[in-house]
Design a protein around this ligand. Structure first.
Ligand code: SAH
Length: 334
């Protein structure tokens, strides 16, 4: 089915989207069977040079507990991912090239691959073509960089220092990384102040235009210690689990083979039902947080961020049981 602008707009606004969710499940069953991938998320550091207007970890927020993990601790998380049969670790951090230098990240990627055999997904924000080339060479498999919004003007508004015109910097980086041979992941936040419904339609079409391998999208959750957190909500784009799941389902139809996680932000918005709703809308990935407990509180990109799954093996067992109740099962990366 070719999904055009009008059909997308209609699915985002019809009162009941259950037929859309059913179709997304059918497409997922065809492309992924009943397998759900688990990726171990490691939040390397809460140190950030940037001042993104929506993010609680922004440089200007004095209340953040700033931490940075040591290489040894990071490799230990990758070992845990291996022991839990995840197959992949996602290394994410605030943007700080001084801390996460080209050479340090390259050495870390090599070490994780050699010592644990895990695939490595990087999520270190906006970096140069030379940096990402070296990391790819070192063995990095995937890169996650949300473009946040395809609305060029809104993007510039909420990212101080971003160029006001010319190419969207994050879309440009995603295209470069695809050419470098990465599997690339991108996506947006839903419900940003100033975001229009039409721009979300464009975001969804952009997922397909980029030919993404992974889609990461979730609700925008206002953080009171940020400039955007004080602005009135979008008005056009609801911050709701239902709307988020419509976007998962549309992403599944637009990119049948993509890996689509039910995100932490969705579970934070609706702790009781979010994750299940995500899977019922065509998601096929979940990213348990493997960050050492002592650091977690420092990585508050939005308030109340819940740690959906503790790293303990029994929490993972409980997650596997949840999947079984949905007719799904954990399928380790081959
Ligand atoms: N520095 C990295 C990682 C940022 S955190 C980078 O820029 O890629 C990962 C994602 O969290 C961001 O891309 C953004 O989409 C999301 N995020 C940040 N603040 C948020 C908020 N207030 N509500 C919901 N999601 C948020």
């Amino acid at each position: 089915m070719t999904l055009g602008r009008d059909a997308i707009r209609r699915w985002l606004t019809v009162p009941d989207a259950s037929a859309l969710f059913a179709e997304a499940r059918a497409v997922r069953a065809k492309t992924k069977g009943d397998g759900v991938c688990l990726r171990g998320l490691v939040e390397l550091s809460s140190v950030c040079d940037r001042d993104c207007l929506y993010c609680g970890m922004r440089h200007a927020n004095p209340d953040v507990r700033r931490y940075a993990m040591r290489d040894e601790e990071i490799v230990a998380c990758a070992r845990l991912a291996r022991d839990l049969r995840f197959g992949t670790v996602v290394l994410q951090a605030g943007e700080c090239p001084a801390l996460w230098s080209r050479a340090r990240v390259a050495a870390l990627v090599r070490r994780i691959k050699a010592e644990t055999g895990q695939r490595v997904t990087l999520s270190l924000g906006e970096r140069s073509e030379a940096d990402t080339a070296v990391w790819r060479e070192a063995g990095a498999d995937r890169y996650l960089l949300r473009f946040e919004t395809s609305d060029r003007a809104l993007f510039a508004q909420i990212h101080p220092g971003a160029p006001r015109d010319g190419e969207h910097p994050r879309l440009a980086q995603l295209r470069r990384m695809k050419a470098q041979g990465y599997e690339i992941g991108g996506g947006m936040m839903l419900g940003l102040p100033g975001q229009t419904l039409e721009s979300v339609v464009e975001d969804l079409l952009t997922l397909r235009a980029l030919g993404l391998d992974m889609v990461g999208l979730g609700p925008y959750l206002a953080h009171p210690k940020t400039p955007l957190g004080k602005r009135p909500p979008s008005g056009e784009v609801p911050v709701s689990a239902d709307f988020t799941c419509r976007c998962y389902a549309l992403a599944r139809l637009l990119l049948p083979d993509a890996n689509i996680p039910a995100t932490t932000a969705l579970s934070t918005l609706d702790p009781a039902r979010g994750r299940r709703m995500g899977f019922e809308a065509g998601a096929n990935v979940f990213m348990p947080n493997l960050t050492p407990a002592a650091y977690r509180e420092g990585y508050q990109i939005y308030p109340g961020k819940i740690c959906v799954v503790a790293p303990e093996a029994d929490a993972i067992t409980a997650l596997r049981a949840d999947l079984a109740a949905l007719g799904l099962r954990h399928a380790p990366d081959r």
